[in-house]
Each structure stands twice: as C-alpha cells, then as structure tokens.
Design a protein. Structure first.
Length: 436
C-alpha cells in the first residue's frame, strides 16, 4: 500500500503539518466521489448525508459540472475580473438576478466564500444607509472571519479566545419555538419574538442607527431552526418601515436545499440583499451578494471587489449547476426527497423517545435529540454516538445546534432511492441501539 492510500500514514502526517484548530468530523481521506457516494483512499464506500456541509446539492462530480470546469480551464483560469473582465461573470449575474426573490431590479457581486459574501453585504448595507449597527440572531452562524465571527452566535468553538470582536453588532433572540426564548407557546404567542424587534430598538440599538438585519431563514450550524409562517413577514415589514436593509443569508438554505431555490420563498418574503454560496458552484469556491440595484450600486468604484472574485472556472461551474437544476427538474426532486425523509423522521419521532422535535423544510431536515421530552435536556452525547455509529457503518452524518444535539440531513438532491434507503436504515439502526 502506497503512502497516499494509507489512512494511518495520512493521519500521522496530518498531525505533523496541519494545525489542530482545523479539525475534521471523520478520520477518512477521500479518493473519489460520485453523486451521493464517497470512496476513501482505502476503497471504503460511504453514503454522503453531509454534502460537504450543504455544498453538493447537484451531487459529487456531476458530469456537466466536470465538463464545464475542464473546458474553462483549457481556455484560461484567471485574469482578474477587475483588470480584464470576461463574459462568464456577466452571464451568471443575469441568471442569479432573475432567480432570487424580488420583482425589483437587481445586481450581483461575486466573491469567494460565504463569509466574504456576508462581509460585503454588510459593507453595502452600511454604505447605502450611512448607518453602522447590524442586528444578528442567537443560534445564527455567518462565518469565521473577524466580522462574521462577531455576527455568529455560538461561542465555542467558533469565537473562544479570538476576541475582542467587531463593534456595532447586536444580537436578539430567534424564533426557536421548541425552546422559546420568551417562554411562550406557538401559535398563542402571536409570534411575539418578531414583535420584540420594536422593543429591541429601545433597549439595545436605535433603529436610526441600524444599517442591516441579517438572518438565516433556517439556521445552519444553529440547529436547522425553522421559524413559523408569520415570523419573516413581520421582521421584513419592520425593516421596511425603519429603513433597515433586510439581508437573507441563504448560504446553506439556498440553491434548492429546501425544495425551493431560496428558503425565504416559503415565507413569501423578498430580502433586500440575498447571500448565496456553498452549492452555487458545486464545490468550487464562489459566493455572491444579489440585491436591489440602488443598494448594490451605492458603493463607489473600487469599493467592492477582490482578486479572485468571480473566478471564470468557478462561474462556469455555477452556470452548469443552474443548467442542471432546469434540465433535471432538481427542485421537484428536492421536494420529493424532502417528503420521503420527513415521513421517515415523523415515524421515528413516534417510535423513539430520544427524538424531541423534527423540523425543517424540504430535504433540509433535522432531528433534535433530548434525554427527556418533558425537560428537553439536550442529548448531546447520544447525538455524538449516533454520528459515530453511522460513520462506522458507511454513512457520513453531521450534528449541529448550540448543544450539539441536532442531527441534520444535507444529502445531495440527486441521491438515488437505494442509497437514501441504506442511509436511513443506518440511522434507524443507530437510534434503535441508543434507545435500548
């Protein structure tokens, strides 16, 4: 066995050359991946329910994406759009402006990562409003850079020891109905957590000082928390009345993950600025801010940009992704996938006391595990055991949530029925073992 195909050797080498701060969920090293399957360097097969943390909605190594990447790489890989522009950026911008919610004229800015897109959205909102404050939410995750780490809620491991943080970031409770921060119950609460924004302007930061409110429609790392139908319409209306830019962080929830191209469509809400990344380019580093023309055009020439932003190879990959969604009717597939997984999860909730809540939209679904349904004590250890159990049996699974007790599904939308059933069977086997 060569060194490159020896997992033990690679783990030992990694310990010598990679910092411990950059951890990995599994000890396996990938050799190839196709569709919803991953093969490690020793030939073991894994069903992928993680999708590279929501990046592989069209599946690993989709032939159309691979072809687009190869074709573009043979022509040119970089000139810097700010120096010598190229058509791929303009073509992709047109498509995204047409796809994102909102009947208003839009423009799109391309950068490299989700965090970089978040930072640029905040820059644009501040420039446009001439205000400085930003409101984010508990359970939210927006990245690991200085500003996005400041916007992120969970302290450990994301923020511990890295402060002080960026100023003028204010955090309010999220619509976590299962663990209501206001101690109320839906629907009798009348979604008071949204109305609380009015009080927040009195007790935390003035509306006149607030440039933007940034929110994940369904929280990613925060536990796939899914607000009730009235929540976002209320928040959006307040932002409109106060002149605050409403930013939808669709990095994980976008690109078909919920059965619609963008999650906020489920609430019939149009964000002023929409942030996309992850599955936009099927694993290639590309992100975008898409929003109202007057906001996007407000910064001066040279105020936005970056050396690699809108890389031509990445843009070709993204154009292929959008073609796949249309040609393969991927949104319909996502809806059917979500129905299958939800049905199984609902059955499990009746079967296993360990499952406190099933939540999410489309195939962006999660199980919150609890030790006791009355006290709702988080079953953190059990969630970790289920993840490890699954890994050992060939299923890549991820946990999330502030307590690490939420199991989430981010399998590629193109997953085959047989692969889906095998993966769900492993999860059920693990839940059964934990419930004995």
């Amino acid at each position: 066995m060569s060194r490159a195909t020896n997992s033990k050797y690679l783990r030992e080498l990694r310990a010598k050359v990679i910092p411990q701060g950059q951890g990995s969920v599994t000890p396996y090293y990938v050799d190839t991946a196709k569709g919803s399957l991953i093969y490690d360097v020793e030939g073991h097969e894994f069903i992928d329910f993680s999708g590279g943390i929501g990046v592989m909605n069209v599946g690993h190594s989709h032939p159309k994406v691979v072809e687009a990447i190869k074709d573009q790489a043979e022509k040119f890989t970089h000139t810097c759009f700010m120096v010598v522009p190229y058509p791929q950026v303009v073509e992709l911008a047109e498509k995204l402006c047409n796809l994102t919610p909102g009947t208003f004229p839009k423009k799109a800015l391309f950068i490299n990562s989700g965090a970089e897109a978040v930072e640029n959205a905040i820059k644009i909102a501040r420039y446009y409003t001439k205000r400085t404050a930003v409101i984010a939410f508990e359970n939210g995750f927006h990245g690991r850079t200085f500003l996005t780490m400041s916007l992120t809620s969970k302290v450990k491991p994301y923020k511990l020891g890295f402060g002080p943080f960026a100023p003028e970031v204010y955090r309010m409770p999220y619509a976590y109905c299962y663990r209501c921060p206001l101690g109320l119950s839906y629907p009798s609460c009348d979604v008071a957590c949204a109305d609380y924004l009015q009080e927040f302007f009195i007790t935390h930061v003035a509306a006149e000082s607030t440039a933007a409110l940034i929110v994940e429609p369904i929280t990613g790392e925060g536990g796939f928390i899914t607000p009730p139908p009235e929540y976002f319409p209320k928040l959006s209306k307040i932002c409109q009345e106060k002149g605050i830019v409403f930013i939808g962080d669709e990095i994980q929830s976008g690109m078909g993950r919920t059965g619609k191209m963008f999650a906020l469509e489920h609430w019939n809400v149009e964000a002023d600025l929409t942030i996309v990344a992850k599955s936009l380019a099927a694993g290639m580093p590309l992100s975008a801010v898409v929003g109202k023309m007057e906001m996007m055009d407000s910064p001066h020439v040279g105020g936005l940009g970056g050396t690699y932003g809108g890389n031509p190879v990445c843009c070709r990959a993204a154009l292929a992704v959008l073609d796949i969604f249309e040609e393969e009717d991927l949104l319909k597939k996502a809806q059917l996938l979500g129905e299958k997984v939800r049905k199984r999860f609902d059955t499990w909730q009746q079967q296993f006391e360990l499952i406190g809540e099933v939540r999410g939209l489309g195939p962006m679904l999660a199980l919150e595990l609890v030790k006791d349904r009355e006290t709702k004590e988080p079953a953190t250890d059990e969630a970790k055991e289920l993840v490890e159990f699954s890994h050992k049996r060939g299923l890549i699974l991820l946990a999330c949530g502030n307590f690490g007790n939420v199991i989430r599904t981010l399998m590629p939308l193109v997953i085959e029925d047989e692969q889906l059933e095998r993966g769900l069977a492993i999860m059920e086997e693990g839940l059964t073992a934990l419930s004995k």
